[in-house]
Write a protein that binds this ligand. Structure first.
Ligand SMILES: [Zn+2]
Length: 297
């Protein structure tokens, strides 16, 4: 080996060790952004493409995402992924997002609202999230599909998309450290994740389509500060891990939806409007849940 080649090998190995040192020290943050739980949002036309106030609400979604990104940077985040998680999943204004983050946009995505998460992340943030279907005073409460899901239980426990998405993060060993939405969501998620999770209550729900809300700029200050705090506390917050097998029971709005869902092998009818299934692996169970919703619709 010539001196030049030897030096080349040395330089490469130094570079590799610097990179792996950085990878070990970096803080990777995953941010999932829904819309029903944004400050100022109380009605369906604000969160439906084509609705008269949709353009304004998607700006608020982008600004709340930016507040979380800024909070993550304050906490020393070295890599930030934002996953657009509402409806068509093309709501966030890409050109207005803080360029410190990368954006996952569009649908469908295999992990849906959690697309992009894996075991290399250190913390998960939920922005604009909402209470599960059938909540008292939950602004625009629903579970994945307002048009079909009346209720969902996993291993006997009623869950909404916030809990289900927290379980996906937990599967990869990553804790959810900060959740922003209304008061009802905050209570539900504390009940499921424990008191350590930081919540940003951006509105007090008065009913399904009414709230006493912070104005967006105040909500964004709260989210920035709480995101930093949540990430700093990440080692005290446990990932939401559950052992399999996973038994899902889905009650639909009507019996035709259950009839469609039971066409899928492994999915059994458990009542006039409901089906159930069991899976050993959590990600497989989540994929089957999404397939059931698609078929039911
Ligand atoms: Zn949504």
């Amino acid at each position: 080996m010539t001196m030049r080649k030897l030096f080349g090998c040395f330089a490469v190995s130094v570079l590799v060790s610097i990179l792996s040192l950085n990878a070990g020290q970096g803080i990777r943050v995953f941010i999932s952004v829904d819309m029903e739980g944004l400050a100022g949002v109380v009605a369906g036309d604000q969160v439906s493409a084509g609705g008269s106030d949709y353009g304004m609400a998607r700006r608020w979604a982008t600004e709340e995402a930016n507040a979380a990104i800024q909070g993550a940077l304050d906490a020393g985040a070295t890599e930030i992924i934002v996953n657009d998680s509402h409806g068509s999943m093309r709501n966030i204004l890409a050109h207005e997002l803080n360029p410190a983050a990368r954006l996952i946009t569009g649908s469908p995505k295999p992990l849906s609202m959690m697309q992009g998460i894996d075991e290399t992340f250190d913390a998960v943030i939920f922005i604009g999230y909402h209470a599960r279907a059938g909540s008292f005073d939950g602004v625009l409460d629903h579970t994945y599909s307002g048009a079909s899901v009346y209720s969902l239980t996993v291993n006997g426990r009623e869950v909404g998309e916030t809990e289900l998405n927290a379980m996906i993060a937990g599967y990869f060993g990553v804790p959810v450290v900060m959740v922003a939405g209304d008061r009802t969501l905050s209570e539900q998620i504390r009940d499921m994740l424990g008191g350590e999770v930081v919540t940003s209550v951006v509105k007090e729900s008065i009913g399904r389509t009414a709230a006493n809300t912070l104005v967006p700029s105040e909500a964004q200050k709260l989210i920035r500060d709480n995101t930093r705090r949540g990430i700093e506390m990440r080692n005290q917050i446990s990932p939401l891990r559950h052992n399999g097998p996973y038994r899902y029971e889905i009650e639909f709005l009507n019996s035709a939806q259950a009839e469609n869902a039971e066409l899928i092998p492994g999915v059994e009818r458990s009542g006039p409007r409901s089906v159930e299934f069991i899976q050993q692996d959590f990600i497989e169970s989540f994929r089957l849940f999404r397939a059931v919703l698609l078929v039911a619709r």
